[in-house]
Design a binder for this molecule. Sequence first.
Ligand SMILES: [Zn+2]
Length: 772
Amino acid sequence: MMQGHAINPHSVQVRNIHELYYLRTQKAQPKMEQSEKRLKKQLRVCVATCNRADYSKLAPIMFGIKSHPEIFDLEVVVLGSHLIDDYGNTFRMIEQDEFDIGSKLHTIVRGEDEAAMVESVGLALVKLPDVLQRLAPDILLVHGDRFDALALATAAALMNIRILHLEGGEVSGTIDDSIRHAISKLAHYHAVCTRSAERHLISMCEDHSRILLAGCPSYDKLLSAHQRDYYIDIIKSWLGDAVKEQDYIVALQHPVTTDIKNSIKIYELMLDALISFNKKTLVLFPNIDAGSKEMVRVMRRKGIEQHPNFRAVKHVPFDQFIQLVAHAGCMIGNSSCGVREAGAFGTPVINLGTRQTGRETGENVLHVRDADTHNKIYHALELQFGKRYPCSKIYGDGNAVQRILKFMQTIDLSEPLQKKFCFPSVKECISQDIDHILETQSALAVDLGGTNLRVAIISMKVYSYHRVHTSSQSDGEGKVVKKYVQLNPKTFEERIELILTMCKQAMADAVHLNCRILGVGVSTGGRVNPQDGIVLHSTKLINEWSSVDIRTPLSSALHLPVWVDNDGNCAALAERKFGHGKGIENFVTIITGTGIGGGIIQHNELIHGSTFCAAELGHIVVSLEGPECMCGSHGCIEAYSSGLALQREAKRLHDEDLLLMEGMTVNNKEQVNAIHLIDAACLGNSKAESVLHTAGTALGLGIVNILHMINPSLVILSGVLAAHYENPVRQVISQRALLSAQDTKVMVSELEDPALLGAASMVLDYTTRRTY
Ligand SMILES: [Zn+2]
């Protein structure tokens, strides 16, 4: 099975923190140097805005650009519904904000049906080339998923103008998705709002080094907006003097162009429900999409404009709109503002229909996807009105604009304009490249143990020259190409120093061994935060480290990505990639060495837990009393079955002169240890047998607990003592496990260096895969 080649991009997602780390390092690759080398010429940025919604996102960036005239030169192009009287002539907002509008393009073909939208795209395409040619911007900023934006992106892409697309990668569930993704395909750079939008773009084969996770620009202002104190005047100015904070509704429903009939019906039901709910309500006119005319007719037929509870308006300036949303008792409709901005204030939202299906939302949103009865909507109003939710930051932390400005400055204008798509590797190319033959993809693995510090070069594929033309390349096999072992120094500085020296030596050797080193994987004792590469807390074996950053010193000295995880987790990763765990969805690894550790693979992924202390299997407690454990507790399986525990018992027996059997010796230099105990038991020492029996039973009981907790299909025993425990563990399972767990397989690992192989697998898994 050629693992990693049959990847279906739709089924594979970024799932775990190791992978996320890699994506981050890819993104963070500094291009500052190049940008500094660039002539100190202003960056010509053209911002094109089509309607009030996109302006609300673009305006904060425009202000940011304008405030740095030494860096940027701003050009503003206005088109689309900004210039339409029925939609409030919203271009005036831009003038009020004191931006010079360089070009106004009338691009809307009236008619408000599907054909009119297409004609509008066509009209924009006819008018844009002239303007773009005249302005010749370095970068064109395009926002979102409107048809006007598609025209902009199409024109710019064909005219070799770099496009920065804002808010790509999101999913709403309508035709907007197709347009948004089409713009992403045309765009050269992306500034996205959310982590999952970023992942979507990556899985759409966009180059992740060109994706900026910025957050939503309108959030910057937003997050400070609702603290202002003049909001009550704003509320009164729109809804009358009698209205109170959190005692009114904001309604904003747009047509869904792919299902106009249904969206008009939902609109009707919403208005009915609002009439019977009997609260002050601000209704905004729908946007210009096909179907909007009909919705306005519905509104008029129901007399909304004359109704004492309602105020129907075409446009509210964004900063005032935000205040209105922030202090509303509830927001209803299908506007993206409801699922996005409202979340920042904790305003309750009722989302009607399918227009925002698939958007990431906070807990403030109540979906009425199938809004087919007045009753349902009314009930939703009853549930949501007047509630307050915790503020959500899914869409940003308030620093989006700064990030975007910085990102634009790092865009290298000398870089080839043609973007590259990062396709999943489909099939191994039949023709060979000399590098493929000579180089093997490899990793440096570091194992930080109690006594020894080990570094190894580990490669994934072992090509031999003669096997190149056969189909049986040993894909998926790990090979320790070269290993380096030193005593582990005492202090942190000495230790990092030594790791660096060993790694540098290994990298030099790797060149001659034709191993291409893709990164460094570190396996260490203790509790690890693999996201940040930090040892949070280690055992006495490595000097009780706490909050030690291993990643930064290594990655900055070696210029390679560095992964760090706990040795038990690494052993499980090793089994998943190279050992008995290959292709097994749920399994557990238990390492019995000096201590006892382990790793849990569930649904093919490692479990880290909420504070990274999942799979501390050595500290499963199997007795109320029991011997004291290194962790401070009593009766942990580590206190019964680890090498140290057996050594403790061996010493005890030896002191009482009960250990040694005929033919056994312990010379003065060596300490009595677990091996002596095992030897004695083999020779028939009943005391030693009994100690081992207890140890095996304790371990078996611990494993029975694991089986009952997570029900893996396989338990892999590894470490020096594994073979001795295989049978006792099987026996305890057959005696004590529930019937359904009795069939769980128990195997002894065949891997020689699980910690090193696992450390390497973190590197090889993420660096050799371009699809997620
Ligand atoms: Zn313990």
